[in-house]
Design a protein around this ligand. Structure first.
Ligand code: GLN
Length: 450
């Protein structure tokens, strides 16, 4: 955290803008939560490089409450897999309040893991052993998400346990209607403890950033859950994280999020950042009033809506032409005619599916005739994921089938190990370290097809 920088300034500005908001009430059905200071208002943002920015009361501790739910869901998914977890808890927005007494009519499943009924089931699914009881496993997992050892606020736990009959009723209902063999007393007790785990806004921002970062904590670099599990959790947060306000939240703010009745709120920008706010005054849906306002404004101001800008890569293909127009083209008319039949496609940046499609399209279009050669220049490519590699290999194989020679400028070996390339493209694809050399070889081969 630096004293002043543009990101901190943006958070401070939001703090100043919304700190005066007086609407909302503290949750009072857990008596201990009414002791929270209504003026507390903290904001924190953690980037994928682990840079941490904050403003206001970002170091004030409070209990996680429902913000714990996505992380325990992540633990259950990691332990049992999506299919098994999905047998016991659904992934449909319920359109109901967080503590609704309702289960799917036919199966007895709770609608999703973000409402209390689903969270109680999720918690009950976390395996426990005498050596490592389920709650210890949960606390270890939450701590790894936060990158530091978290603890339980015993007063809040006792307070919730003393007044938690509605959640107990839910647990008994789950046992009576479903086939899941839950011990209602134990499940609810573990759930109350998980809700009472103490964090700060900065902790929550690190936790959200870990989900956004494919399950790898950007501060500690520890892999907490797999990229697949992180994506599954973010998906359920996007559709169900804000209970009966989830649709409106996704529409207006456009980020996977989760709120809790102590006033914590997290939002995650996949592959971009983790955000958290803390302010205990809640709206009727149980979401922090200032947190909602601040994240909405931040999303608007920084253009964070997930659907608005699906990470459009700038330009992937930097050059799509023929070798005769390059500055290095030979002077003689005869040689130029050969160079005219050598297409050049140069790409840059990180190649994923979208970028690879652009490269393939350019390769297909390159060259004035289908009998010419193509030089694919990958010098400015910084990386390629497995999907992009598979597509590029298939594209190069197709060129060969069409009778077109390809050469790749690839000093950084972006195309993958030669064995794999040979297997996928069906040829010993020549790879060069300079574009001139690749063009020259292709032109020579065209001059002398034998
Ligand atoms: N512990 C709270 C409860 O079960 C959590 C609810 C919430 O944060 N929305 O009622």
């Amino acid at each position: 955290m630096t004293a002043s920088d543009a990101v901190t300034d943006a958070l401070r500005e939001l703090h100043a803008r919304f700190a005066g908001m007086r609407g909302g009430e503290r949750a009072d059905y857990i008596p201990e939560l009414t002791r929270a200071d209504p003026d507390d208002f903290g904001l924190a943002l953690v980037s994928m490089d682990g840079h941490c920015y904050s403003a206001g009361e970002a170091d004030v501790p409070f209990t996680m409450q429902s913000v714990s739910k996505p992380f325990v869901y992540a633990l259950a998914l990691s332990s049992l897999g999506l299919d098994e977890v999905g047998r016991w808890v659904g992934a449909e927005p319920s359109g109901e309040a967080f503590n609704a007494i309702s289960l799917e009519p036919r199966t007895g499943r709770p609608a999703n893991a973000m409402v209390n009924a689903g969270a109680i089931v999720t918690t009950a699914l976390v395996p426990g052993t005498p050596d490592l009881p389920a709650f210890d496993r949960i606390l270890i997992c939450l701590s790894r998400f936060a990158g530091r050892r978290l603890d339980v606020d015993e007063e809040v736990y006792v307070s919730e346990a003393a007044t938690g009959d509605r959640n107990r009723a839910l647990a008994y209902l789950i046992r009576s209607t479903g086939t899941l063999d839950v011990d209602p007393v134990a499940a609810v007790d573990t759930y109350f403890r998980q809700c009472s785990v103490r964090v700060t806004a900065v902790d929550l921002a690190v936790m959200a950033a870990t989900l956004a970062h494919g399950g790898v904590n950007p501060i500690t670099s520890e892999s907490v859950v797999s990229p697949a599990v992180a994506a599954q959790v973010l998906a359920v947060m996007a559709t169900c994280g804000m209970y009966n306000a989830s649709g409106d939240w996704l529409l207006r703010v456009g980020l996977p999020a989760k709120s809790g009745v102590s006033g914590g709120l997290i939002a995650a920008g996949p592959a971009r950042f983790g955000l958290a706010t803390y302010s205990p005054l809640l709206d009727p849906a149980g979401t922090s009033v200032r947190g909602h306002a601040a994240l909405g404004a931040l999303s608007e101001r920084l253009g964070l809506h997930l659907m608005r800008n699906p990470a459009l890569p700038g330009s992937t293909v930097t050059l799509a032409t023929t070798a005769d127009v390059l500055p290095s083209a030979p002077a003689s008319r005869q040689e130029r005619a050969l160079h005219e039949r050598v297409g050049i496609v140069a790409a840059q940046g990180a190649l994923d599916f979208t970028a690879a499609e652009r490269v393939l399209y350019a390769m297909d279009e390159s060259g004035p005739e289908q009998t010419g050669s193509v030089v694919l220049d990958l010098r400015e490519v910084t990386g390629a994921d497995s999907v992009a590699l598979t597509l590029l290999h298939a594209g190069l194989a197709r060129l060969a089938e069409d009778g077109r020679r390809a050469a790749v400028v690839d000093p950084g070996n972006r195309l993958g190990p030669p064995d794999l390339v040979r297997e996928r493209t069906g040829q010993d694809l020549p790879r060069y370290s300079t574009r001139e050399e690749a063009v020259e070889r292709c032109a020579q081969a065209l001059a002398d097809p034998g």
